[in-house]
Structures are given as C-alpha cells and as structure tokens.
Design a protein around this ligand. Structure first.
Ligand SMILES: CC(C)(COP(=O)(O)OP(=O)(O)OC[C@H]1O[C@@H](n2cnc3c(N)ncnc32)[C@H](O)[C@@H]1OP(=O)(O)O)[C@@H](O)C(=O)NCCC(=O)NCCS
Length: 157
C-alpha cells in the first residue's frame, strides 16, 4: 500500500520558495477574482513572517504574520489549494502563526476574514468585531483573538 505523502508546515526557506509561495497565494486568492499576477503582493511582505505547507516540494498552503504594534499582530493571505482543503491544514497554519506570535510576546491577533470563512476562524477562537465591509468586491469582517502567554493555550481552541 502507498503511504500518504508527507506534509510539512514551516517557515519559507529560500527565495525560490518565496516566489512559489506568491504564485500559490495568487492561484488561491487572486486568480479566481480575475486579478493579475503581482496583485497578490504588498509592501509589508518583505518584513513579514511567511509560513508554508509543503507536499512533495510543492507549496500547497501559506499564510503570513506581521507585527502591527508591540502588542498586536495581523494574519493575512491564508490560502490552501482546493484539493488539500478540509484536512486541517488551514487550522495548522493559523495555530503555528499563533505560536510564532506568542514567541514575539504579542497579546492579540487581528485578521480580515472573508465572510464565507467566518466559521473556519471561529473554530480556532477568533471573534468578529465591527461591521461587514467590502474589500475587492468581497464582504469581509475584522476578527480578533487574545493570546495567552507562550506555552498556555487555554483560550485558543
Ligand atoms: C479558508 C481555508 C484557508 C481553510 O483551509 P482548510 O485547510 O480547508 O481548513 P481546515 O481543514 O483546517 O478547516 C477546519 C474546519 O474549519 C471549517 N471551515 C473550513 N473552511 C471553511 C469555510 N470556507 N467556511 C466555513 N467553515 C470552514 C470547517 O468546520 C472545517 O472542518 P471540516 O473540514 O471538518 O468541515 C481554505 O478553505 C481556503 O484557502 N479558502 C480559499 C481562500 C480563502 O478564502 N482564504 C481566507 C481569506 S480570509
């Protein structure tokens, strides 16, 4: 019997992997909206922490963490290739970013959730805040989670 290919969730390791990650981000988050290559990047990417899920040398998932202030971080560009969804990969990416944020002593995390992914972030412990707004023609809402200190994850599911 063939064994399942191994999936690794870890930080970006090379320039080539960074480029592959942008392509995967574009495929999942921008191509379906008819947007061109390049629209998947922003000015904060250079200083941000990038996490990827890799299977047989292919980037199948990715997400970004960046620090907004001493206490607040933001998660963005959470993307899993459609054929790898509903296997816990998105959750694993977010939980690893939460650990990273705790190591940076951040106290809370914010993200802009597409409304149709609200349930995904809620099951991890994020809560909605404020009103629904439009971004790129898609309804979004801000969500937050407070982080317990490193090693104590009682508040986060
Ligand atoms: C949202 C996304 C990252 C989730 O990744 P995933 O690997 O499928 O997530 P998980 O397998 O960890 O999901 C765990 C649970 O979250 C919930 N969930 C996952 N995606 C969901 C969605 N789109 N809407 C509501 N609940 C969702 C489900 O309860 C799921 O459990 P189940 O598969 O047993 O039903 C993925 O669907 C994706 O890349 N979507 C397209 C891009 C996108 O919208 N990104 C977010 C931008 S804010």
């Amino acid at each position: 019997m063939l064994s399942k290919p191994k999936i690794e969730v870890r930080p970006i390791q090379s320039k080539r992997e960074l480029d592959d990650m942008y392509y995967q981000r574009w495929l999942v988050l921008r191509a379906p909206l008819g947007m061109h290559r390049g629209t998947e990047k922003d000015k904060h990417d250079k200083s941000a922490f990038h996490l990827v899920a890799v299977c047989e040398d292919k980037i199948i998932g990715s997400a970004r963490l960046r620090q907004l202030s001493v206490e607040l971080g933001s998660i963005a560009y959470v993307a899993v290739l459609s054929e790898f969804r509903s296997q816990g990969l998105g959750t694993k990416l977010i939980k690893k970013l939460i650990e990273e944020a705790q190591e940076k002593n951040l106290k809370s995390l914010r993200l802009m959730a597409r409304i149709n992914t609200l349930g995904f972030y809620k099951q991890i412990g994020f809560l909605e805040q404020g009103k629904i707004f439009d971004f790129m023609g898609i309804p979004h809402i801000f969500m937050y989670v407070n982080l317990p200190p490193s090693g104590d994850n009682a508040g986060v599911q």
